[in-house]
Write a protein that binds this ligand. Structure first.
Ligand code: TIU
Length: 223
């Protein structure tokens, strides 16, 4: 059965819940709590904390509707063999990837900071993609999982809007998925970048995809 979100931008988003997955991007302590990677880059993390309840509502609704919920984490192997020096050495952060911080080594798999915030913890059996890049398709098995599950449409949430969320949506769009971003279940450290990202995703007749409020997505899943 096809569900439709009539209020989606730039026009109605039609999808089959049976071939749709929710992808929750990088809702990790390292981006959302003080002392992690996001803060080390000089950012105020409080705007990102504010979306956690909305992301939780979206995850609950997706689970209730039987959609696969896929979680991603930006993190690297402890030996940093999957972290290009160009990424680690970029800029002048307070702490670099791999450095010890208050939540363990920054952006390293297995460290407390790399974990998803407890309120959004994956359920046993849900797919968790550890990714070394900003996009969730690069150097991961995400494509294989989506093919195995027969997924054709993707709903996105998570952080940050213009970095890992947008990169992943663009990767997905090029791979033939219809992509919808939950407007209030994503956030940026930079309000202007979030607004610009939403606008550029839906410009030119949904050149990258659609956006819609979480409530509209939940109503369509509930119908
Ligand atoms: N810095 C920033 O805005 N984002 C990232 O580094 N990674 C993600 O977006 N997950």
């Amino acid at each position: 059965m096809i569900a439709t979100i009539d209020t989606a931008d730039p026009f109605a988003f039609a999808f089959d819940p049976g071939t749709t997955a929710l992808i929750v991007i990088d809702m990790q302590r390292d981006f959302i709590e003080p002392g992690g990677f996001g803060a080390a880059l000089g950012n105020d993390v409080t705007p990102l904390q504010a979306i956690v309840p909305t992301v939780a509502r979206l995850i609950s609704g997706a689970r209730a509707a039987g959609l696969p919920v896929i979680h991603t984490r930006e993190c690297h192997r402890p030996d940093l063999s999957d972290c290009p020096p160009a990424k680690r050495l970029r800029g002048a952060p307070v702490l670099r990837i791999g450095d010890p911080g208050p939540m363990g080594r920054i952006l390293i798999a297995g460290e407390p900071g790399a974990e998803i915030v407890p309120a959004l913890a994956p359920l046993p059996g849900e797919i968790v993609i550890d990714k070394p890049g900003k996009g969730a398709f690069h150097a991961t098995a995400l494509s294989d999982h989506l093919a195995r599950l027969g997924i054709r449409s993707l709903i996105f949430a998570g952080v940050t809007t213009e970095v890992c969320v947008q990169t992943t949506m663009r990767e997905a769009n090029d791979r033939g998925f219809d992509c919808l971003l939950a407007e209030d279940a994503t956030e940026s450290y930079f309000p202007a970048f979030k607004a610009a990202t939403l606008a550029m995703i839906r410009a030119q007749g949904a050149i990258v995809g659609w956006t819609a409020p979480t409530t509209a997505i939940l109503e369509a899943l509930d119908a």
